[in-house]
Design a protein. Sequence first.
Length: 389
Amino acid sequence: MAEMMQTQAGDAGAFTSFDLSRVPTPCFVVDTQAIERNLKILADVKARSGAHVLSALKAFSMFEVAPLVSRYLDGVCASGLYEAKLGREEYEGEVATFCAGYKDSEIDQIITLSDHMIFNSPSQKARFLAKCQEAGVSVGLRINPLHSEGEIPKYDPCAPCSRLGTPINQLDDEVLDGVDGLHMHTLCEQGFEPLARTWAAIEPKLASYLPNLKWLNFGGGHHITRADYDRDGLIEFIKNIREKYQVDVYLEPGEAVALDAGILVGEILDLPHNVMDLAITDISATCHMPDVIEAPYRPALMGEAESGHTYRLGGPSCLAGDVIGDYTWDVPLQVGDRFAFLDQAHYSMVKTNTFNGVPLPAIALWNSDTDTLKMVREFSYDDFKNRLS
Ligand SMILES: Cc1ncc(COP(=O)(O)O)c(C=O)c1O
């Protein structure tokens, strides 16, 4: 089972020198230097292309580093009221909000918090357009380019019958009435080429509308901070679009902000045997890294050996499928041993839950240059209880 899953690529970076016994477990440890390295790359793309680069809070919203993020990027993109509020409270710059469905009870507050209000459908746009115009907030429409670049339907907003975005063949003057910008988000952990192919497929279809638009937002999914990403290609692409259509261009990377910038440290609790060696850990796939089960993927283990002693790692919960994967160490494991999964700063921290009363991982900030460590947050029984009644 686990062997068939794709192992996440992970770069341990400076974490190989981090002493795992310095934190309680489970614990996310985020390296400010790694975040800053990513931010510098994104800021360079921003400066050379003229694009606005927003940090997608859905992927990484550890606001302890908001001042750092705000130093390099133009603002945040939010998925609804709570993220828009967090963006305004903790980050500087612009807030661009997209939600697949806005509620009457929340819309006024979201408009107050947002610079761009991006609607998923012509009907939501028509319903809330006047309020946005009254507030002087720029209005966008998310389109579905009907051009798939994703390999996994679950992560492909252009898959058949997708609810995300207005199908590009439904655009007309009425649908675009009052719309300042178009938004699309169709990529997931991808290089520049899928973006270029998507644009080549849709540019002719948008030709008659582009002269009337103020901005184009190409969403997230751009793995810009990965070593092999064609950043020069992206920069040229953005410059061309800006010049040709006189529009502002926006990107909303999430993963790229926190790529390879955090680990999740755990501890071995027990070492049972059933046909193969097993290890129960205080990291739960379902509670702490739900994408391991949802995506699914196999997180990279820091310092995994090529051969030696293999264990199937799983969490403390009741879920039979709370299995992280099969991992190999060069020496036999002992109860109490520490270990760490790589590249856990994005999407894991924002998705944690307390199913089975499993404790939430603590959050620590480490500076790999100075070796200073700050415990940002430790969770308790109250965090579990307060959600339940
Ligand atoms: C609308 C939108 N923008 C930005 C992002 C961030 O994408 P990523 O973290 O893959 O860069 C997402 C992710 O789902 C999204 O749905």
